[in-house]
Design a protein around this ligand. Structure first.
Ligand code: ADP
Ligand code: ADP
Ligand code: ZN
Length: 247
């Protein structure tokens, strides 16, 4: 058995719910989906259920930018246009992150891999680190027209990167994070013109990654066009069902 399910009542309103912990060294779960699909919103919860860190390539790039690192500076022009940052930069950043001690048991990857070369580099790295592999790729599926509304109303915390929506998921106090009281801001790449490019880039470069994992038999599709709570429940069921498959 690769995974252990702990039955608990600890998720409010969900009754007797299964959580899954990754125990095998280096196993990763991928959270795939278009920009605005709800990956970041769900990832915090899912990472907790899995007992592994949430590793979001976009968050790491934005932190690099805030700190003015060479990587942050190199990535900025691509991010501003809604284009992908070159594979080599992003792969090195993620590999370094996966080498940190808290990720030795595995990680939940959000926003990576976004191209087939990134997927291949990740698979190679996991193999080299002895026994690592992609345990599951979860695809949060949302129709394209819904994405624009979600991104146009998105607000992020400068301090902890938590995500809100002015209509669908407002903070308790406008402009401030519920979790850490940090200041909320809107991403410049969430403007409609940039969003259109990001969605086009996603269809061209990232859908082939989704197809790759469907062919490999590790893809699980979740309907992301439901309320945040409903998606949460569907994701929890997806990782619990995962366990039902004999190892
Ligand atoms: P989204 O909300 O679209 O999922 P992210 O925060 O994941 O956005 O990414 C923001 C931007 O960071 C992307 O438009 C891209 O420029 C860059 N980026 C993030 N992850 C990757 C990646 N795996 N490969 C290349 N570029 C990336
Ligand atoms: P991603 O990380 O996939 O780009 P986010 O998690 O940042 O997406 O979500 C994009 C925006 O949509 C955010 O403003 C978020 O609050 C909102 N959102 C997320 N999930 C839902 C949902 N199920 N229904 C409505 N709005 C949502
Ligand atoms: Zn915060």
């Amino acid at each position: 058995m690769m995974l252990r399910v702990v039955l608990s009542d600890s998720f409010p309103g969900e009754g007797n719910t299964a959580t899954m912990a990754l125990h095998n060294h280096g196993e990763v779960v991928l959270l795939l989906g278009a920009p605005g699909a709800g990956k970041g919103t769900q990832a915090r919860f899912l990472a907790e259920a899995l007992g592994v860190p949430h590793v979001a390539s976009g968050d790491l790039l934005r932190v690099n930018h805030q700190r003015g690192t060479p990587l942050g500076r190199a990535a900025q022009e691509y991010m501003d246009r809604g284009d992908l940052v070159p594979d080599a930069l992003v792969v090195d950043m993620i590999v370094d992150r996966l080498d940190e001690p808290d990720a030795t048991r595995g990680a939940l990857l959000d926003g990576f891999p976004r191209t087939v070369p990134q997927a291949k580099a990740l698979e190679k790295r996991l193999m080299q680190r002895g026994g690592g592999r992609i345990r599951r790729a979860i695809y949060v599926d949302v129709p394209t027209d819904v994405l624009v509304e979600r991104l146009a109303g998105r607000w992020l915390c400068r301090t902890c990167q938590a995500t809100y929506h002015e209509t669908f998921n407002p903070p308790e106090v406008a402009g401030f994070c519920d979790r850490c009281d940090g200041e909320l801001y809107q991403r410049s790449d969430d403007q409609r013109e940039v969003v259109a490019n990001r969605v086009a880039v996603y269809l061209r470069d990232t859908l082939p990654v989704v197809e790759r994992y469907a062919r490999a038999g590790v893809l699980q599709r979740v309907d992301g066009n439901q309320s945040i709570t409903e998606v949460k429940t569907a994701l929890l069921n997806a990782i619990a069902e995962d366990e039902a498959v004999p190892a």
